[in-house]
Design a protein around this ligand. Structure first.
Ligand code: MG
Length: 455
């Protein structure tokens, strides 16, 4: 297999070659696609709410939401049970709105440690079939059964149904499972029918099932991409699959070609096994980022600063674990009024991976751009570090700078070590303690970071 580096373009150099695009996605040319792979995408339905109902029998069958702290008037719905969904309750709406729609609604606060435990229990079931299990967020995984089934007479759908049944019996949670020869279609299958369903996307039915769907339902086609495609007359996945490569390249750049290949079932990206030492982030990533939709609107500088430090800390910790430094720090800001977002970034003369430096840069960006008061509430924040270089890359010597950095790096190393031994919440910076609702939130662990920045 000929693979290129992360800087490869999506140009098809020679027919039959399989090449890697940026971000670790692999596209095969039509002749080079292995349609015999068996890839499952398993998605736990209404995850937080299902876990609460599994843990507390008295909550089963009742309309339930997991939501922000009840005493704050800004609390929002983070997750809803099937019964609450039936009453029209939506994720992200205010708790008072949800209550108005659904009298008798039960609201429970999130318990991220419990969701983390269920996430691990689910993976433990998947691991009994293969070690090729790739988490995608807390409640979703891709599972590559190709090798496991090559030695067996079992049909892929039988195994998918067995996994689904075991999740119900052993965890008390339903899943929707998609089965296909590639990750993008497997994910599509698990989204197509839910809850508690197994859907196969096959070479025989994909044009019927996938191509008829709106293009936005394809993984990685976000709102901005969808709008650009729409203005070019591309509205369904089938339109995208059959669009001219020149048109897509002109409208979207190389991403357009990658998405077209995905629509055609030419995604050859491998399922990357979970590796805790890599912290679920592939080494070909171009950036590390972490963001959070807040449990309540942020209307003061102290809360915003606490969140920025929390996010920056997890980003810096990941950089250090993957042995990178970054010289660009960016923030993403989501407005609570109209839910629009924007980004700002800044570049340092020298790459860094210390929490203090990354947090300070992110905080300076935010405080320079936002008044942070009651009139300008924020709903979400994101911190990202990019322009990566390996930690062992040579840096120009500067004695004063290096001595200062040595102190900061030593401090971070000590904190990392404590956290490795006692858990991520064992030690927190003073600034984080300003917002009590963030105390039990463990950002690095609860928000699995997806490699970001390519689509
Ligand atoms: Mg889910």
């Amino acid at each position: 297999m000929a693979t290129a580096t992360a800087t490869a373009t999506a140009t098809v150099a020679d027919a039959g070659a399989i090449y890697e695009t940026f971000g670790g996605c692999v596209i095969g040319s039509p002749g080079g696609i292995d349609m015999h792979r068996v890839i499952l995408h398993s998605d736990m339905n209404a995850f937080y709410a299902s876990v609460e109902q599994a843990e507390r029998p008295e909550l089963r069958g009742v309309p339930l939401v997991v939501g922000g702290h009840e005493e704050t008037r800004h609390g929002i719905v983070l997750a809803k049970s099937a019964q609450a969904k039936a009453a029209g309750v939506k994720t992200g709406e205010a708790l008072w709105e949800a209550r108005a729609k659904c009298p008798g609604l039960v609201v429970v606060p999130p318990r991220y440690d419990v969701y983390q435990r269920y996430s691990a229990l689910a993976r433990r079931i998947y691991y009994q079939y293969t070690d090729l299990v790739e988490p995608f967020g807390l409640d979703e995984c891709w599972i590559d059964l190709t090798g496991a089934l090559a030695l067996s007479t079992r049909a892929p759908l039988d195994v998918a149904r067995e996994i689904s049944q075991r999740m119900k019996d052993e965890l008390g949670c339903t899943v929707s499972v998609g089965v296909s020869w590639n990750k993008v279609f497997a994910k599509f299958g698990s989204d197509l029918r839910k809850p508690d369903a197994v859907t196969a996307i096959t070479p025989e039915n994909y044009q019927q099932l996938v191509w008829k769907a709106p293009v936005g339902e394809l993984l990685y086609v976000g709102r901005a991409t969808r709008a650009k495609l729409h203005s070019s007359g591309v509205d369904t996945v089938g339109d995208l699959a059959c669009a001219s490569p020149e048109l897509l390249r002109r409208r979207l750049g190389k991403v357009g070609l990658v998405l077209r290949a995905f629509a055609r079932g030419e995604d050859a990206t491998p399922v990357k096994p979970f590796d805790p030492t890599r912290n679920e982030v592939d080494r070909t990533v171009k950036s590390f980022g972490n963001g959070l939709t807040c449990p309540h609107d942020i209307v003061c500088a102290a809360d915003a600063k606490a969140l920025i430090y929390l996010l920056a800390e997890s980003v810096a910790q990941r950089l250090r674990e993957a042995r990178f430094r970054a010289s660009t720090v960016s923030i993403g800001v989501r407005d609570a009024h109209d839910l629009t977002s924007y980004g700002r970034q800044t570049t340092l003369p020298r790459a860094t991976n210390t929490t203090g430096q990354i947090a300070r840069m992110a905080w300076e960006l935010l405080s320079a751009n936002e008044p942070l008061d009651e009139e300008h509430p924020l709903r979400g924040l994101h911190v990202r570090a990019s322009n990566l270089e390996p930690m062992d890359a040579p840096q120009q010597l500067d004695l004063g700078f290096d001595a200062r950095r040595r102190v900061l790096e030593d401090l971070d190393e000590t904190i990392d070590d404590l956290r490795r031994r006692f858990g991520n919440t064992c030690i927190q910076r003073g600034v984080e303690l300003m917002d009590e609702s963030l105390l039990d939130l463990d950002v690095k662990r609860d928000n699995v970071v997806h490699p970001v920045g390519y689509f």
